[in-house]
Design a protein around this ligand. Sequence first.
Ligand code: SF4
Ligand code: SF4
Length: 500
Amino acid sequence: MKTYLPSKFILERDAEKCIQCQACVSQCSFDVNSYDARDDEIVSNSENCVGCHRCAVFCPTGAIAIKSAPLQYRENYNWRPEVIEDITKQAETGGVLLTGMGNDKGYRIYWDHLVLNASQVTNPSIDPLREPMELTTYLGRKPDRVEVNPDGSLKEELPPQIRIEVPVMFSAMSYGAVSLNVQESFARAATEMGTMWNTGEGGLHPELYKYADNTIVQVASGRFGVHAGYLDAARAVEIKIGQGAKPGIGGHLPGEKVSVDVSQTRMIPPGTDAISPAPQHDIYSIEDLSQLIYALKEATNYTKPISVKIAAVHNAAAIASGMVRAGADIIVLDGLRGATGAAPKVIRDNVGIPIEMALASVDSRLRQEGIRNRASIVVSGGIRNSGDVTKAIALGADAIYIGAAALIALGCTVCQQCHTGKCAWGICTSDPRLSKRINPDIGARRLANLLRGWSLEIKDMLGGMGLNALESLRGNRLQLRGVGLSDTELEILGVRMAGN
Ligand code: SF4
Ligand code: SF4
């Protein structure tokens, strides 16, 4: 069927600068650029351009400029271009519109309405270049009270903990959704920086077992790749109930992305669709969740914390309370802006709540109920920089998962084409030709650099507040103030207005 959709981008090539090296032809995975032998020139079909900028970055002479196509429609606040395009696509395909990455709508980003404190005359600030600053974090259940023997040892045994040296971990991204080179980059960077990476729901490739000490393995509704060796290999096990990009629905890895290697890791036949059902079929109540948590604790001999991940939704605080009472050692809240390899656009853009609100209400609820010590809180969903991380800690998080930010460190330009399997940056693809574009040596270095930079900035912010340990900031909402927020928003966040 002839498409009525106009081009979103225009690729302009400066003929004076172009040396016809054809780098743009080989780099584009969306068939935008080609060499026309008859006219001996490089030509471009802007209609296919997704704005990923791979060709412009790799053009050796800077001959390429990618621009947004000028507005094609009469201005209309209701019938915006995106709305018209979505209807047009569905009229042409008759299907669910799929997309990748996270919610890009204009919901309020509360991090941008929260500001941090700094010491001035009294309680002087600390210079992190001269004084030790502690970022080490322990994730897992803490005892109700701590009693110490005369020799300094603890009277009761501490439940299993994960120790991380920086409060930022790489969030769940499964093999198949991302390439093995991407996962290896995560695993190596996590090992170097003393933090964790997460397998996602696709199993653990044999080549990555050596990074077990820094690996969190997921048990999701599809149970792909779950076996005793997989659970044994991990530092912690995460039960995935939901994710922020698609709360309430399952996952779908199309058969064409299920290569032989992916199929062996997931323990399914090659070329078949990997469908994760919407619910975990053995969890229909908090009691069921409790049984699965204890089954996993039994299976791992009570040596690993068990984490439970949910999407941030309306009753997150009550749900989280139930999860903690069911025995979860870590609870993961994934907010409205959480990213994904593929999700129905209507779900991604309309379901869930901002992570800032979910975090504040969950932390408050667990404190009110006197059970905050029983589980660590990890949050994710659009965390962009060390400022967001520091504010999340002050709001009550123990640690943060990053997904999109980590992919951007690897080269992702947030073109939202992950679901096509054609990622030109070699990230969200199982195409062997494209996957080679991520070199794990370089990927791990870029990711470790990102975490190193954020750690230095977090220490600067802590020192500025006169604090020398992240522990002193955790849940310390007095270090936050709100700007441009209503009384109700401030009340939910548990934060005072700036100037107050
Ligand atoms: S990469 Fe740049 S120089 Fe090479 S063919 Fe394309 S536009 Fe020309
Ligand atoms: S991972 Fe690749 S396809 Fe997905 S948004 Fe980033 S650059 Fe685009």
